[in-house]
Design a protein around this ligand. Structure first.
Ligand code: NAD
Ligand code: UDP
Length: 310
């Protein structure tokens, strides 16, 4: 089995490469290194079954593969808003290129979609049948709408060209190899706590998120790729929801930090509540969360301690 992973040097992509190689697959990793880093995959470079190609998916590429995991796209608000037009191109042109490749070589393709397709939801928790509430002209739209178009591209390549597709909607996922400076809440709080700098809470911290540990997410993703008879979209995430302020308190407890809490302005269009309904993943994949938040945070804290002392 040859797997193509786009975004292979990123947080999720690098863990996916590890897991696919561990199953005995051959893996081709593509990345343009916008937010990813060689450090995330350096340990794979000596593996004869792993090949790394510097490539930007907004340009076509010809390769042989049986499976395509399309994970290339900046994922943190700070990164995807840095060059919003490029973010749209990655989700639209990049996904068209990967679908064209899937069609040509008859590969199955899985798209890393996102809970952001639900926008700032009125329905809670969010089932896959919910259409979402996205501001099409807001600062998050380059990411949210790009991912919505990508989903549409997949289902239309499926109906029009018979491409074998899978769509997973990933909710906030955290763990080792998140970028130190990507501005996401888990990495920000841990790094701030370890440096004894102020913990920056946006708004009053009453907004909620549901945090999934990376190993659970990767397992669900790989099961979905090999599952017959269902193409999704399918939610993957932790059904346990916590407020941002509760997360800050947990990080402070687990790090024993002297950091104090500082309140900052809430970013525009920041979703108020987010929690996946994972009934479909339970039914179709028999998938459950295995790693409790406290355990996952301990692993992530240990990782950032190493990075900060290196
Ligand atoms: P990340 O930023 O760590 O990884 C993204 C990778 O894609 C990076 O290595 C980056 O260099 C690469 N990339 C970006 N644009 C590219 C392009 N045009 N061509 C080639 N490579 C490109 O982010 P992540 O958290 O690992 O997210 C991976 C995927 O999962 C993204 O598609 C993201 O939208 C999706 N996702 C992640 C989360 C999460 O909580 N981590 C939630 C929902 C969806
Ligand atoms: N957040 C925060 N402080 C930070 C970074 C983020 O309070 O230093 C908040 C942010 O406003 C949002 C939540 O944490 O309500 C999750 O933010 P993140 O960027 O990690 O993910 P997303 O908003 O895409 O779910």
């Amino acid at each position: 089995m040859i797997d193509l992973v786009t975004g292979a040097a990123g947080f999720l992509g690098s863990h996916l490469c590890d897991a696919l190689l561990a199953q005995g697959h051959e893996v081709i990793g593509l990345d343009n290194f916008f937010t990813g880093s060689k450090a995330n995959i350096r340990h794979l470079l000596g593996d004869g079954r792993f090949e790394l190609i510097r490539h930007d998916i907004i340009h076509p590429i010809l390769l042989e593969a049986d499976r395509i995991y399309n994970f290339a796209c900046p994922a943190s608000p700070l990164h995807y808003q840095f060059n919003p037009v490029k973010t749209i191109k990655t989700s639209v042109l990049g996904t068209i290129n990967m679908l064209g490749l899937a069609k040509r070589v008859k590969a199955r393709i899985l798209q890393a979609s996102t809970s952001e397709v639900y926008g700032d939801p009125e329905l809670h928790p969010q089932p896959e049948s919910y259409w979402g509430r996205v501001n099409p002209i807001g600062p998050r739209s380059c990411y949210d709408e790009g991912k919505r178009v990508a989903e549409s591209l997949l289902v239309n390549y499926q109906s029009q060209n018979g491409v074998d597709i899978r769509i997973v909607r990933i909710f906030n996922t955290y763990g080792p190899r998140m970028a130190l400076d990507d501005g996401r809440v888990v990495s920000n709080f841990i790094v701030q706590a370890l440096r004894h700098e102020p913990i920056t809470i946006f708004g009053r911290g009453e907004q909620t998120r549901s945090f999934c540990y990376v190993s659970d997410l990767i397992e669900g993703t790989m099961r979905m790729m090999e599952q017959e008879g269902t193409s999704g979209p399918l939610n993957l995430g932790n059904p346990e929801e916590i407020t941002v302020i509760e997360l800050a308190e947990q990080v402070l407890r687990l790090t024993g930090s002297r950091s104090r809490i500082e309140f900052r302005e809430l970013p525009v269009d920041d979703p108020v509540r987010r929690r996946p309904d994972i009934s479909l993943a339970r039914e179709k994949l028999g998938w459950e969360i295995k790693v409790p938040l406290a355990d996952g945070l301990r692993e992530t804290i240990a990782y950032f301690k190493k990075v900060l002392t290196a």
